[in-house]
Each structure stands twice: as structure tokens, then as C-alpha cells.
Ligand binder design. Sequence first.
Ligand code: GLN
Length: 472
Amino acid sequence: MDYTRLSVSDFITRAGSGSIDLRDFYSRMFKRLKELNKTYNVFVTLAEEHDILDAKSARKPSGTLAGLPVSLKDNICSEGLQATAGSRILEGYEPPFDSTVAARLKSRGGVIVGKTQMDEFGFGWASTNSGWKIPKNPRDPTRVTGGSSGGAAALVAALDYPHLALGQSTGGSLSNPASFCGVVGLTPTYGLVSRYGLIDYGNSLDKIGPIAGTVRDAALMLSAIAGHDPRDPTTAQKPPGDYHSKLKSSFRNLRIGIPREYFGEGVEPRVSERVWSAIKKLESLGATCKEISLPMTPDAIAIYYIIATSEASTNLARFCGLRYGAEEPIEGDFNEYFSKVRSKYLGQEAKRRIILGTYSRMAGYRDQYYLKAMRARTLLIQEFRKAFRTCDVLAAPAMPCIAPRFKETESMSPLQNYMMDILTVAPNLAGIPTISVPCGTAESMPVGLHLMAGHFNEQALLNTAHSYEKSI
Ligand code: GLN
């Protein structure tokens, strides 16, 4: 059987009815995964092939993901599988428990095949800050995958076997690599998906979400992981939707807002053009479009980097060389030991974030930076809420450019790096759901249409994206 022709849903139906030999499927798939990993560095850790083959020799798997291969970004814990969050400081750490999302995937029949590459702790936009190997873009290996969920997006783009990936976003890490690799990346509303068992970057910002080849597959994955979790008190109490079975390829009376600021300075004209043609397409399908303004857009980078680094600097304090991962011979007092381990094993960007975040939380500066950023964030949330009074969905580019070449990123300053997030940090700060869907190419590289919706309005977002995808 040629497994490469199977869609995710074909695979699930056939595997569920026992008409796929899973031993054969997984042994061929692992061969493919190893080849891809050699070419594109998509995994930090691949699961043990023999464990999977043994577990899968039982025929008929059940559940909505019956026997389907799934991958996890390296900051999502799965029992017994190394989790480093892209950092050398966590080398060898094997969590003794499952994150809630991993447990949910397993209980629905998903099979975890590996942990995908990422920027160290999520700090970056290109996956070039990984402590391990740097993933390459399958559309052009001289270019970055985007980040920080770069390995996941590259894997989905390169793999011709049925598979779904989970990534995670703090300030754009699902939309960005999805856009650069030409796949679908869905960032759920903050609090829709449990963060229990996620190695935190910024607790008030982190969202786990799907990366998939199609909108339908992303909806399937979201249905599998969404919903309240008593182990994560920030998850919403309300029951999640059934995104997959309610998915529609048409819409009625859809009002789309086009935020003027998202097409301004710094956005490449060839990217805006592709996105505008996608908007015209949605109009031809019956949507009404109007220009709107989100005036706080230029402030979002400053607000985001203060809040995200403040939260990251406290989260990283637990990596002190005593409880997890890397250790060194104990010498000197605690502070000396702590600095020795962290100086040796953390990358440059992680150190920069710790310094920035510690500064903005310090007595004397806290009011001026952290608390002020928190107040500004509330205003930004109100601005989005206001927009969703008259619009169902907003449309914009996901990234201001196509995936840059590695050599183009080498001379970028920290500020230039942070500016890459200009279009994604505001919706992430607001905690609203977004999706990046491929909408054409420039220089043969994919461009992502970014759709955003009000809190918990994932269904409208998915239906719009699905209608668009079906129409092209
Ligand atoms: N590029 C942003 C940052 O470095 C967002 C990354 C993310 O979402 N993890 O913080």
C-alpha cells in the first residue's frame, strides 16, 4: 500500500477499521522520518521505533485519531520522551508524566513519534536560537523555517505521510512558521487548551495549538485537545466546540475587517498583494470587507517584550542545575553554582531575555515597565473587542515578509529580530484565536493569510479559513 497518498482522515478511517497494517506503516514511516530529519533537522528527539512498533502490533486502534502519528513541539511533555524545550540546559530530562495535551492525544488513539525543533524556550522567530540543530525550510533549505515552532511546521510541510503536529505560541510561534513553510497554523484562544505539562515561556501568553496540512486537519486536532482541565486553572470552564464536525466550507453574512496598520511600513508589497487577493476571494464568496483601525498596533512590540521577558525571567529561575537537566560539579556558594550552570548551558538570547525581564520587574522599575505594560495590554484587548463588535473576522498578513535566507538573518540586531513579530504579537497579547493559511507565493516561497477572531470564536475562524482553502 502506498501510504503517502493517504489523507489524515482516510488514514483514521482505515486504521480504525483494521485495514492498515500498522507495523508496516510505522516501520516505513520511521524510515522516512529519519531521512527527513537528516535533511531538515526537524526533530530534537525521535521516539523509539521499536516501542511504537510493539505497541502498534495490536490491530484496530480506536478514537478520533485512531493510530495517527502526531508530533509534539519539544516544550510539551510526554512521559519518558526527552523534553528540552530546545535548550541544552534540559539535556537528558525525561518527564515522568504526560502533559494534558499528550494524554488527550494518546487517549484518542494518537501515537507520539517525536519532539520537534524550536528556538530555545521559544525565544525567537526563526528557530535559529535552538540549542540543538537548526531546522531548514523544506520549500528552500537555504531559508529559515520560522519559529519558534519551526521543526513542527517544517515536518508538516515535508512529510508525505498522514500526520498532525502540535506547536505552541507565545507571540506568534504557530502563525509564523506555518506562514513561512506553507502550512496551516492555528493559535487557539488563551485558556481553551490546557498548558499543564508545557515548559512555560510566558504563562499569561502561552497557547498550545495545531500545525497541519489543511484547515480540516487543524480542526480535528483542536477538537482532540481543547477543553477545561482541572490541572490548569487558567483553562476556561465552558465546554469547547466540536470544531471538526461543525466545519463548513461556506459562510453567510460574514463581516471581515482589514486593519490598516497591518499593511503599513515594513510589510513587503508582494506579501500585501497576495493577502489582498485572498481578501478579494473571500469577498467573491460573499463576505463584506471594510477597513478598520487598530491604533495601538505600533505599541504592541514594546508591550509584548516587557511582559514576555518578565514572565520568562521568573520561569527560567527553576533551571538552576539542581532539579532538572544539566549539572556541574558543586563548588562555591549557590549563586556561584547557579551562574556557572546557566552561563554554560543557556544560549545568548535566553540570557538577554533573563536580563531584560529581571530589569523590568525590579523594585523601582516595576511601575515604569511591567505594570505599565500590563495596563497597556488591557487597552489593546479593548481595542480588539471593539473591532469584533462590527466584524466577525479580521484579515491581515501573518508575517511581513517571506522566509528569509539564513545568511540574511546573521547580521540582524536584537531589535530587528523583535520587529519580525510586528503582525503577530498584538493578537497573542489579546489572547484571541488566529489562523495562518497559505495564500500563494512570492519568489516560490509561501505567504500566509492571517485571520483573527474574537475570544472563543474558533468556529468562525475555521469556517472562514476552510471556505477560502476550498475555493483556491
Ligand atoms: N518571536 C517571539 C519571541 O521571541 C514569539 C515567539 C513565541 O511565540 N514563542 O518571543
